[in-house]
Design a protein around this ligand. Structure first.
Ligand code: ADP
Ligand code: GLC
Length: 489
């Protein structure tokens, strides 16, 4: 089976969040089980020179956007650290800048045009490469219209046979543009209706994809259920319920080689489960020093690594932190960036409670790794979470997650309690500050009971978050989609 995965971000080359990690790791996991998976993604302006030297140009490609053609160059290479073949779409005026979706002034104004180029280029690629996939796997809104382009091909076109699988990583981001954007797509006017690409008078790329894709997946079974109903359906409940029979949830995995405390070069001391206590203690001492927090390793260290977005519930956490650090001997550290108001809130907390709270505003993967290793508890108070990867990285490094029971957080963290000692983390119900505060207090209680805490973190470290089972589930979904497509045409 040959599958082309198309994504706007692919780690380690480009990443703003978990989508990059998934698109960087899933293709290798698919290849490991015999699927010929390859990747198509943009060549961004901030790719490293040494990496660019490894690429081979395979030719120009003409893609029509509106009434004119864009000429892009395709370069072939391998995703670093894998043996996944990848095709990089080079078009300087679209992707030759740094930033994937936005820059200092917010979202790029030409995003519709930039990503239509990516979404459409998938159809032109086989002519250039001679490699014909059986299915296209599209990731999120930027490439969600590719299935509509397939359906709009003339009946005899060979590419119509391709099945399409659309994965929704986050229903919050739908790619909504003015109605006139339809002209840019080149799709027939008949596609623009409330059962197609139109939503509330605008063109909605994700909705179009949900309508046209052969199969739809999202990144956890719980989120697959949640998005069909209010409040998490984000206006698309009707569309999703209509396609419920073709919608499935497949939980994300992580690249356990790339994220491995035994080998991670970012850590001052590497460790496996048998030397976890000593390893984590050394990493914690180093982390506290780097964060300029007092070197009191016996105090529990809670932390967050996150985009600072309403989704993540960090405003709720900011409201309970002062009370927590006043009443308990604990420390907290945040690594994140995003909403400027939230960034300032955490900066202020760090300056007011400098003996207990640190805040690093920015994106720093090396520090993130040190936090997963040196921290005691990762806090994820998300309002919703399609899957979430940080709780998986935390568990991999023997750090206990404290999560709200929603979406993929509910599917990946087994709740611990005195009565359920085989749990892998603290998982709480409810969406308020009070419930979050109680969950953190529960974590503090278990931290104080050394043996129980050691068992809890061993249980979390034992969780198998590797991609294998989910790669098999995707492979099954591709086979279904290919069968269905055969019957459709
Ligand atoms: P989302 O995709 O919604 O942002 P995930 O938990 O799925 O959430 O993935 C987030 C990814 O981005 C993880 O790999 C996490 O470690 C990383 N990340 C988020 N913020 C930062 C940051 N400030 N510095 C380094 N890595 C970060
Ligand atoms: C999204 C979601 C996150 C998920 C990631 C990768 O950004 O917010 O929950 O883990 O995609 O699928």
């Amino acid at each position: 089976m040959k599958v082309l995965l198309i994504s706007p971000e692919v780690s380690p080359l480009s990443k703003t969040g978990g989508l990059g990690d998934v698109a960087g790791a899933l293709p290798q996991a698919l290849r490991d089980i015999g699927v010929d998976a390859r990747v198509l993604c943009p060549l961004y302006g901030d790719f490293e020179k040494d990496f660019l030297k490894t690429l081979h140009p395979i030719g120009p490609m003409r893609v029509n956007i509106g009434r004119s053609f864009r000429t892009a160059r395709v370069q072939e290479g391998i995703i670093p650290g894998t043996d996944v073949p990848a095709y990089f779409l080079e078009h300087k005026s679209s992707f030759g800048r740094s930033g994937i979706y936005s820059g200092p002034k917010g979202n790029f104004p030409d995003n519709a045009e930039r990503f239509l180029l990516l979404a459409k280029s998938a159809l032109e690629l086989p002519e250039l490469t001679g490699w014909w996939p059986n299915a296209l796997h599209l990731h999120d809104w930027t490439v969600a219209l590719t299935p509509a382009f397939l359906n709009a091909l003339p009946p005899k076109d060979r590419r119509r046979q391709w099945a399409s699988i659309l994965t929704i990583h986050n229903l919050m981001h739908q790619g909504v543009f003015p109605a006139e954007t339809l002209n840019m797509t080149g799709l027939p006017n008949s596609y623009y209706n409330p059962d197609g690409l139109e939503h509330d008078g605008c063109l909605n790329m994700l909705k179009g994809g949900i309508h046209h894709a052969t199969k739809i997946t999202t990144v956890s079974p719980s989120y697959a259920r949640e998005i069909q109903e209010e409040p998490l359906s984000q206006g698309l409940g009707h569309t999703l319920r209509h396609r419920a029979a073709d919608l499935l949830g497949i939980v994300n995995g992580i690249d356990c080689e790339e994220w491995n405390p035994k080998k991670d070069a970012a850590l001052t001391k590497n460790y496996s489960i048998s030397q976890m206590d000593a390893g984590k203690l050394s990493c914690k001492a180093n982390l506290l020093e780097e964060l300029r927090l007092p070197s009191a390793s016996e105090r529990p260290l809670f932390f967050v690594v996150s985009r600072m977005d309403h989704q993540k519930g960090l405003d709720l956490l900011a409201n309970v932190l002062p009370r927590l650090v006043k009443e308990h001997d604990m420390t907290f550290a945040l690594l994140g960036s995003g909403d400027p108001n939230l960034e300032n809130t955490y900066r202020s907390l760090a300056s007011e409670y400098h003996d207990n709270i640190a805040a690093v505003i920015g994106f720093d993967e090396c520090l993130a790794r040190k936090m997963f290793a040196g921290g005691d508890f990762l806090v994820v108070p998300s309002r919703f979470e399609p899957c979430g990867l940080t709780q998986l990285y935390a568990m991999r490094y023997g750090t206990v997650p404290v999560v709200r029971r929603t979406g993929g957080l509910a599917d990946t963290v087994i709740p611990w309690s005195e009565d359920s000692p085989d749990g892998t983390g603290i998982a709480y119900e409810g969406d308020g500050e009070w419930e979050l505060l109680l969950a953190i207090e529960q974590a503090l209680e278990v931290f104080a009971k050394k043996q129980k805490f050691q068992k809890l973190r061993k249980m979390s470290m034992k969780r198998d978050s590797s991609w294998g089972p989910s790669a098999r589930a995707y492979s099954q979904a591709y086979s279904w989609a290919i069968e269905v497509r055969k019957e459709q045409i």
